[in-house]
Design a protein around this ligand. Structure first.
Ligand SMILES: [Zn+2]
Length: 204
């Protein structure tokens, strides 16, 4: 599908943007999502790079995931609207998309990763109550799961490691108590994210 991109230089150009992408058949998109070059377009007039966050559906059948990616700009509209695309998980914003794709690629449970982010953010907020802090999945090894927190110090990422044991304990807790307060708080209809806990009152 061709979509219009307007550049501050005054030029409007057409960008090729798929509405639905099958990641099993087109694995090159996984790399692009992870390295931030996905849906990145260059203005033919001035050479400026544009990342417009077009909405897109990602189908990853081998991992049993179908994701609807909405632009960050539609976050408010998502909370206001009442209906969801059935059977599709919602993700809002390209940074969250890259985060979730990495979690799925590494065969981790997204709901457990979001729970661990909540634990880390709750702790960081005790120390830095006035900061707006975000937590991102970074990777895993035998010892545990690495998260990066931004917003504590300008331009710096804080590296936090969660032991594998806590990941597994949280998986177990989710298996046994799906309706526990923390897991419910992570969900808003088709959207599961730690962002649901930190959303402003206007979106509740
Ligand atoms: Zn331009």
């Amino acid at each position: 599908m061709k979509r219009n991109v307007g550049c501050p230089c005054g030029r409007n150009f057409q960008a090729d943007a798929d509405e639905e992408i099958n990641l099993d058949n087109n694995p090159e998109f996984i790399e692009k999502i992870l390295d931030g070059t996905f849906m990145s377009f260059t203005c033919p007039g001035c050479g400026k790079k544009h990342k417009p966050e077009f909405s897109v559906i990602l189908v990853w059948k081998s991992k049993n995931h179908k994701l609807e990616i909405l632009p960050e700009l539609e976050r408010g509209e998502f909370y206001r609207r009442k209906k969801d695309n059935s059977g599709i998980d919602t993700i809002i914003g390209y940074p969250e998309m890259a985060d979730r794709i990495a979690v799925i690629r590494d065969d981790l449970q997204p709901v457990v990763i979001e729970t661990l982010k909540y634990y880390l953010l709750a702790k960081a907020e005790e120390t830095y109550p006035d900061r707006e802090i975000n937590a991102w999945y970074h990777g895993k090894d035998e010892a545990g799961i690495e998260f990066h927190l931004d917003g504590i110090k300008a331009g710096e990422m804080a590296v936090m490691k969660v032991p594998q044991e806590l990941y597994e304990k949280t998986c177990e807790k989710y298996r046994k108590q799906k309706n526990d307060e923390i897991f419910s708080a992570l969900h808003c209809r088709s959207y599961m994210s730690v962002q649901n806990i930190y959303r402003p009152d206007a979106f509740k």
